[in-house]
Design a protein around this ligand. Structure first.
Ligand code: NI
Length: 171
């Protein structure tokens, strides 16, 4: 397994729309394993392939505590969503140290293929529901900060660009 570099907002590649996975083969399983290692190392609860610059519909997540229940979603589709909405605080490995409130469906049911290529359904609520919706947005090229006001987004963009410049200079 290998850790993959995570794209940081406002990298334009984060706005790429991912294509469906054609077949769950060795290449995809390796991607899944690398994404899991990357997510756990970064202490994240979810990671979309988009964030590691692979534009195929693959998500890994683990919202369990202790973090020992990895969920792999390949070609995920939401098949049911609650009318009830819920606001919660979100963060993102592509937007480090930024947290803000986003409103989402309280519960969703997702149909996807697992790492073994077999279809399954996941009923998600709480953090898992937030995470699924957040990661599926990534596959559509959408980052959670796009739900925030233009003013907040501009501030975050400036902050992230500054952080990236500082890192490039080795500060
Ligand atoms: Ni994210």
């Amino acid at each position: 397994m290998a850790r993959l570099p995570i794209l940081r907002y406002p990298d334009p590649r984060l706005h790429t729309v991912a294509r469906p996975v054609a077949s769950v083969d060795e290449r995809i399983r390796r991607l899944v394993d690398d994404m899991l290692e990357t997510m756990y190392e970064a202490d994240g609860v979810g990671l979309a392939a988009t964030q590691v610059d692979v534009h195929e519909r693959v998500i890994v997540m683990d919202t369990s505590e202790p973090r020992d229940r990895a969920v792999v979603l390949i070609n995920p589709e939401i098949v049911a969503r609650s009318e009830e909405l819920k606001v919660s605080e979100e963060g993102c490995l592509s937007v480090p140290q930024i947290y803000d409130k986003v409103e989402r469906h309280a519960r969703v049911t997702v149909r996807a293929l697992g790492r073994d290529g077999q279809p399954f359904e996941l009923d998600a609520e709480g953090l898992a529901s937030v995470c699924v919706q957040h990661e599926m947005d990534h596959l559509l090229g959408k980052v959670f900060v796009e739900y925030l006001s233009g003013l907040k987004r501009d501030r975050i963009r400036t902050k992230m660009l500054k952080k990236t410049r500082e890192e490039l200079r080795g500060e």
